[in-house]
Design a protein around this ligand. Structure first.
Ligand code: MRU
Length: 377
């Protein structure tokens, strides 16, 4: 995607600067566009744990490069196994991280130590390129849904979902958290269809859930959409149900951190409540994902997916920009109140209209996924 006319991916190698790893510091967006230079395993691990880099596909790609950086210090088999485990443990819920590390290990265990660094850079580069291609394909398959919604809106006499506060011919998509290009290597998952619809001239507008406590929607999704010129409105997390009740949402599209083979969906905390509201209001609820987000070993998302518990300080404090332009963090709760911070929730498959993958759309169940990925059935 482009920033000030320059095309960027969200992660790249600076070959002119010692083959260092470059990523945007997502904790500084939208107020400052700062590019981090990462050169060691520990810098990569810290960037993932502190969410300077975040989003399921991106943390997988960055961890893969992190292993290449680690191997520069020590390419022995012992170090490879140790460093892979350290990187894989930085965040627990998104399966892409473990998937990318396992793929790297498969490649590198079969490579002689002196050749491992070059092989690791190559493999991590392939992971990145494949992610971009998969997300572009997700965009095409999701675009059809937006086109269908637009066609439905244009149908004469169709008044059931006539919008009161936005244009009647406009397609309103609600999204939660950030599943855009900055959360992947490029394009994004949930936002890829929206970018394509906008680029083709469709009148698409996005309701952006602010996504407390880290505000990935208000900060990152709004930043991305604004940069691309996509009309959008940031809403409090609790507004989605109300908007659905009043016909203001044509479809919901979210990303995900882990989908079980039976179609249960782990995503940013609050996703489940949006799915409940969508079901109650007959609003289609779609989940966009590359196949690297499917955990074929799991069936029961509620019981099996580990939900990351993050620092309660992310709930009691909030970061923003003051009028003088400085970035500041303030406390928003009383001094002695306890806070809890489960970072993800699981939406049961029965609440999911369907999955949008790089191979097409399917029902959120075992048969649906098997129809697209017969090799995993
Ligand atoms: O905690 P985060 O910001 O890493 O959580 C990200 C999400 O929940 C995204 O929706 C998900 O990773 C999909 S990103 C394409």
């Amino acid at each position: 995607m482009k920033i000030d006319g320059i095309a960027y991916r969200s992660v790249w190698i600076d070959t002119e600067d010692g083959w260092s790893l470059r990523v945007f510091d997502q904790t500084r967006l939208p107020w400052a566009t700062e590019i981090l230079r990462l050169t060691t395993r520990d810098e990569v691990a810290r960037a993932i744990a502190t969410m300077q880099v975040r989003g399921a596909p991106l943390i997988g790609a960055v961890a893969a490069y992190g292993l290449a950086l680690a191997l520069r210090a020590d390419s022995s088999t012992e170090a490879l196994e140790r460093d892979a485990e350290i990187l894989a443990r930085t965040r627990p819920t998104a399966v892409n991280l473990r998937w990318a590390i396992e793929r790297m290990l498969t490649r590198l265990r079969n490579t002689a130590p002196p050749e491992r660094v070059a092989a690791a850079y190559l493999e991590a580069g392939l992971i990145c390129d494949e992610d971009v291609a998969q997300n572009e394909a997700i965009g095409r398959h999701g675009l059809e849904l937006i086109e269908q919604a637009a066609a439905g809106r244009a149908t004469p006499g169709r008044t059931a979902r006539a919008s009161r506060t936005t244009r009647p011919d406009r397609v309103n998509v609600l999204t939660h958290c950030n599943a855009g290009w900055i959360a992947t290597v490029d394009w994004g998952t949930a936002l890829a269809p929206i970018y394509m619809a906008h680029d083709r001239g469709l009148d698409v507008h996005v309701w952006v859930d602010e996504t407390r406590p880290r505000n990935q929607g208000a900060a990152l999704t709004a930043w991305e959409l604004g940069r691309h010129g996509v009309p959008h409105t940031v809403i409090p997390d609790n507004a989605g149900g109300h908007l659905m009740q009043h016909g203001e949402v044509d479809l919901v599209i979210v990303g995900t951190d882990r989908v079980t083979r039976s179609g249960d969906v782990a995503n940013k905390i609050g996703t489940y409540l949006k799915a409940l509201a969508a079901a109650d209001n007959n609003v289609p609820f779609w989940v966009a994902l590359p196949s690297t987000t499917i955990d074929w070993r799991m069936r029961d998302g509620l019981r099996e997916i580990e939900i990351e518990q993050r620092d309660p300080g992310e709930v009691t404090r909030m970061t923003g920009r003051t009028d003088d332009g400085s970035i500041t963090t303030v406390q928003i709760t009383p001094d002695h109140s306890e806070a809890a911070n489960p970072a993800f929730d699981v939406t049961p498959a029965r609440l999911v209209t369907g999955l949008i993958t790089e191979r097409g759309r399917c029902d959120a169940n075992e048969a649906g996924l098997a129809s697209l990925f017969p090799e995993r059935a």
